[in-house]
Design a protein around this ligand. Structure first.
Ligand SMILES: Cc1ncc(COP(=O)(O)O)c(C=O)c1O
Length: 536
């Protein structure tokens, strides 16, 4: 079924015989599923009439059956049909309806930066993953080092409870996170990778130790935000301050459990459904874009300071995604925004919580967005890329001060303890993932992505439907003037060998760091082409 190779990296229907896979000499050295060949005659794409998209998860992939993608001849596979039929009848996909179920693509395997999909009529179809599986698979898929770490840990144990027990993978990972955490130095706020211990005395290295010295492992990003908020509240309860509310900025997203929902933008996301049920926290105006005029930033600062002043007595903590607001709209803001919020918290005795679940581990160009913001928080949530996208794991880091204040209360400890806390398998893989990141302390892979995204997405600026094109680190965004026809874009891109999931008015990518320059050029080219084809 394979139809020859195309240098341009177009990927099409493939057979599944390993001998047909030809490694490309691409940079970086990981060998992906190779480009396969131009797919067969595709049928015209029609509008799928999607409802207005409001959130990252809203785009349905119903296009897979509505639009026949890369149809290369009849491949009738009863097993595939049965699987997808059962999926539609019984499985909830994110934000989906049981009445009108989605038609997702079945992924058969993944390797390097490619997902091997089954098309609705059977053929296998390799797609470059523009999403890193919701931003976590930074090293790509089937990563030998991570596979080896998983296998080695499986031979010991996959899980034990963390209450009353501990284990080396968790200890090693906590040590790694603390060593990597942001800290103040003479050169500004840097991650542990930015501290050159070789040239410094022990005292000098110790002097710039991160204040984040305690780690609580959680089982997902949302739960880590729950824990961070609980920590902040426990401090206030322990000290009898009566402070119970959080201060944040509009345009944020912090997860889907109830506490994170309560600090997620109340209008922009689907969480407006819960108005009246969620606790009401205080939202500063949406920060101006990173390249806004100074006057706009000053006006935002004045409004935010005035709002805060009216609530300072009741604010337990400020919480925000520093530098990049992800699922709330893929917007970048200036370091000053973060600094203003941190100053306000500091002045009123509130804590500062950074949600680095999306930004952490290099995504915006520095190991932590905290470095770009020049602020070290009191509490920091990390997740997503922590395990290189292999298993669900998150962590909350906090200062010794916070840990002691939480522990000094009547509860005498942090009142949280999930069953799968510090899962050894996930911790072992996370350690191996951090080893891979440490091989590139300057994050040159992300800098290369940034250049490739900027060059590759720039032509979208000429399209009438496009309002803005922006890039930061490994994040590339095409923002439209209208709601995106996400299903059509996704179907078009899959047809040309790219997996993307647009939302709201955004076609964006956060590719794996190991995406080669050739694949990145293909990916960005397909996104621009898809916007042109679908939105004109
Ligand atoms: C900034 C941020 N915080 C929290 C979450 C929630 O993480 P999880 O989906 O692992 O619960 C997300 C997920 O997209 C996120 O982007």
């Amino acid at each position: 079924m394979r139809q020859g190779l195309s240098e341009g990296g177009q990927v099409g229907a493939v057979d599944d015989h390993p001998a047909s896979l030809v490694a490309l000499g691409v940079d970086p050295p990981r060998v992906d599923h190779p480009p396969q060949g131009v797919i067969g005659q595709a049928e015209q794409l029609g509008s799928l009439g999607y409802p207005q998209l409001r959130h990252k998860q809203d785009v349905s992939t119903a296009s897979a059956t509505t639009v026949r993608v890369g149809h290369t001849g009849a491949v009738n596979d009863p097993r595939l049909e049965e699987l997808l039929g059962y999926d539609r009848a019984h499985l909830w996909h994110p934000y989906s309806s049981a009445l009108t179920p989605q038609h997702p693509y079945l992924v058969e395997s993944a390797s390097g930066v490619r997902l091997r999909l089954r098309l609705p009529d059977g053929p296998r179809h390799d797609c470059i993953d523009a999403m890193s599986s919701w931003w976590c698979a930074i090293h790509g898929y089937a990563v030998p080092e991570l596979d080896a770490a998983a296998r080695a840990q499986l031979d010991r144990m996959s899980h034990v409870m963390f209450g009353g027990l501990t284990h080396e993978p968790a200890i090693a990972l906590a040590r790694r996170l603390i060593d990597l955490a942001p800290r103040h130095t003479e050169a500004g706020v840097v991650s542990g990778l930015g501290v050159d211990a070789a040239d410094a005395t022990d005292a000098a290295v110790a002097a710039c130790e991160s204040p984040l010295q305690h780690v609580f492992f959680a089982d997902s990003g949302s739960v880590s935000v729950e824990v961070a908020m609980k920590m902040a509240l426990q401090v206030q309860v322990a000290e009898g301050t009566g402070k119970r509310r959080f201060f944040t900025i509009r345009g944020g997203y912090h997860g889907d459990t109830f506490s994170p929902m309560s600090v997620t933008d109340p209008d922009g996301g689907m969480h407006s459904l819960w108005r009246g049920i969620l606790p009401e926290h205080v939202f500063a105006p949406h920060p101006p874009p990173h390249d806004a005029a100074e006057s706009e930033l000053l006006a935002w600062e004045a409004d935010t300071r005035a709002l805060y002043a009216g609530h300072a007595h009741e604010i337990a903590a400020v919480i925000l995604e520093p530098i990049l607001q992800g699922a709330g709209g893929m917007t970048f803001h200036a370091p000053r925004v973060v600094q203003v919020l941190a100053e306000l918290a500091c002045e009123s005795g509130a804590l500062v919580i950074f949600d680095e679940i999306a930004t952490g581990f290099g995504r915006t160009g520095t190991m932590w967005a905290a470095e770009a913001a020049s602020v070290v928080p009191d509490i920091m949530c990390v997740g997503k890329a922590l395990t290189g996208g292999y298993l669900t794991l998150a962590a909350v880091l906090c200062t010794t001060d916070v840990a002691e204040r939480v522990s000094g209360g009547a509860a005498a400890g942090l009142m949280h303890g999930p069953t799968f806390m510090a899962n050894p398998l996930a911790c072992a893989i996370a350690g191996a993932s951090l080893d891979l990141l440490a091989r590139d302390p300057q994050l040159t892979a992300v800098a290369r992505l940034e250049r490739g995204l900027a060059a590759g997405l720039a032509p979208a600026r000429d399209l009438a439907a496009v309002r803005d094109v922006r890039v930061r680190g490994g994040v590339g965004v095409i923002q439209l003037r209208e709601p995106v026809r996400g299903g059509d874009i996704a179907a078009y891109a899959v047809q040309r060998g790219v997996w993307v999931r647009p939302f709201r008015d955004l076609v964006y990518t956060m590719p794996p760091y190991v995406t080669s320059s050739a694949d990145l050029a293909t990916l960005t080219g397909v996104l621009v082409e898809a916007v042109a084809a679908v939105h004109g």
